[in-house]
Design a protein around this ligand. Structure first.
Ligand SMILES: NC(=O)c1ccc[n+]([C@@H]2O[C@H](COP(=O)([O-])OP(=O)(O)OC[C@H]3O[C@@H](n4cnc5c(N)ncnc54)[C@H](O)[C@@H]3O)[C@@H](O)[C@H]2O)c1
Length: 396
């Protein structure tokens, strides 16, 4: 049994408690911290947590606690992580790791110097559909991954602090682009270095200093492209979709608005439908088990198994740091309107990998550009002569 302190009782604290304590779990949240005693007590009584506190440090230092789960707003992550490392406790931190790469780097240094276990709680690389897709890609079914498109859009966050640039570190890019960026890294391969970013972002709707809509491209050293599309202006609920495109195949994932259960109700009811659902009448797209569909269940299984075995989890603070560095470059690009280099204190992956491969040959003179069976049943080859460069059709 792993003995846990949960810092935060907001939206993500509730999901984490459900994932950790909702089933017949072997693990136990010993203490929950919240700013207000009533919120802490409400969460504690729902999940049978024995202790509550309004002091973050008391929760971290409590002798019954070995592992700290950080689920407080972005501006408090560094303080929580550094205090956990100083107390010699393992620490799991929600996304984004820092408000920027400098903060994330200091957090990585703190846990590595203290030699404590650390995990980056990027749930959206753990939904069962995504784990299956990752296995499929790693088994080679899609060939070499060329392009990953990841989209997270909804009508905007539920708490005031997200909209405050100083507390959050930015807008939709740092809040949701962080998910999309790490999803793309997982499919492209975390050993492949991300080199540069071009990003458009704007404040289209809400009266805030941050961007509420952005689209970016991340170019990797092997030539692969990660594309992120994020919005706090999207209407119609929460749209979470990923597309993975390789030399030999494609995967499309839709996590939220088409989940396999579609309900029509003319009268509606007051019941909860799904996170960020905007309506409870008409056609609805509920989610059977949100904690699992969003990856929280498999994420904590991986994290706590790794903690007990003393092995690294799938997502570490180094991954969180790389994501923050890509987010920082995206913000620079939004200002400069140019490709911006991703600046890293340290690269721990590989270098000079390439997705380019030699062309297939039709015969010793002709490289195959494309083969297609046409509606009349004939096969057409489009080929390029190696010597002359001439491109022509050949039909069978
Ligand atoms: N999919 C995900 O992994 C996911 C989803 C949502 C939020 N998050 C992350 O979780 C963290 C918390 O987000 P949330 O949605 O639970 O937020 P929330 O506003 O719903 O809850 C925030 C919690 O932090 C506490 N808190 C302490 N000091 C605070 C302060 N100065 N201002 C506001 N709250 C304070 C609140 O009491 C509350 O318990 C953020 O870092 C966010 O990015 C992750």
């Amino acid at each position: 049994m792993v003995k846990i302190a949960l810092l935060g009782s907001g939206l993500i604290g509730q999901f984490y408690a459900q994932a950790l304590m909702g089933g017949r779990s072997r693990d136990s949240i010993q203490v929950v911290y919240s700013r207000t005693e009533t919120r802490a007590e409400a969460l504690a009584s729902k999940w049978g947590i024995p202790m509550t506190t309004t002091s973050m440090l008391d929760a971290i230092r409590h002798p019954d606690v070995e592992l700290v789960v950080v689920a407080v707003p972005n501006h408090m992550h560094e303080e929580a992580v550094v205090a956990s490392a100083k107390a010699g406790k393992g620490v799991l931190c929600t996304k984004p790791l820092g408000r920027n790469a400098a903060e994330a780097w200091r957090m990585l240094q703190a846990v590595e110097q203290a030699n404590v276990f650390h995990g980056y709680l990027e749930d959206l690389v753990y939904p069962p559909k995504t784990l299956k897709a990752l296995d499929t890609v790693r088994a080679g079914a899609l060939g070499k991954i060329l392009w990953v498109r990841s989209r997270e859009t909804h009508p905007g966050p539920h708490s005031a602090w997200f909209w405050d640039r100083a507390m959050a570190g930015g807008g939709a890019v740092v809040d949701m682009g962080c998910h999309c960026i790490e999803i793309a890294r997982n499919f492209i391969g975390k050993h492949v270095r991300p080199l540069e970013v071009v990003c458009w972002g704007a404040t289209q709707v809400h009266p805030i200093d941050s961007e509420d809509h952005a689209i970016g491209l991340v170019r990797y050293e092997n030539g692969a492209i990660g594309q992120f599309e994020v919005s706090w202006t999207f209407r119609g609920g929460m749209d979470l979709r990923d597309e993975i495109s390789g030399t030999e195949g494609t995967i499309w994932l839709n996590h939220w608005l088409r989940t396999g259960i579609e309900v029509f109700t003319a009268t509606g009811s007051n019941h909860y439908v799904a996170e960020k659902s905007e309506s409870n009448t008409g056609w609805l797209f509920p989610v059977g088990d949100e904690a699992t569909a969003l990856g929280y269940t498999d994420m904590f299984e991986d994290m706590l198994n790794a903690y007990e075995r003393g092995t690294p989890p799938r997502e570490s603070f180094y991954d969180g740091y790389i994501v923050n560095a890509i987010v920082d470059a995206s913000y620079r690009s939004m200002q400069s309107k140019r490709w911006e280099a991703i600046e890293l204190e340290q690269w721990r992956g590989e270098s000079e990998t390439t997705i380019e491969s030699g062309p297939a040959m039709l015969d010793s003179d002709h490289e195959v550009i494309k083969r297609e069976v046409l509606p009349d049943g004939s096969t057409r080859w489009i080929v390029r002569n190696r010597t002359t460069g001439e491109i022509k059709n050949l039909s069978e």
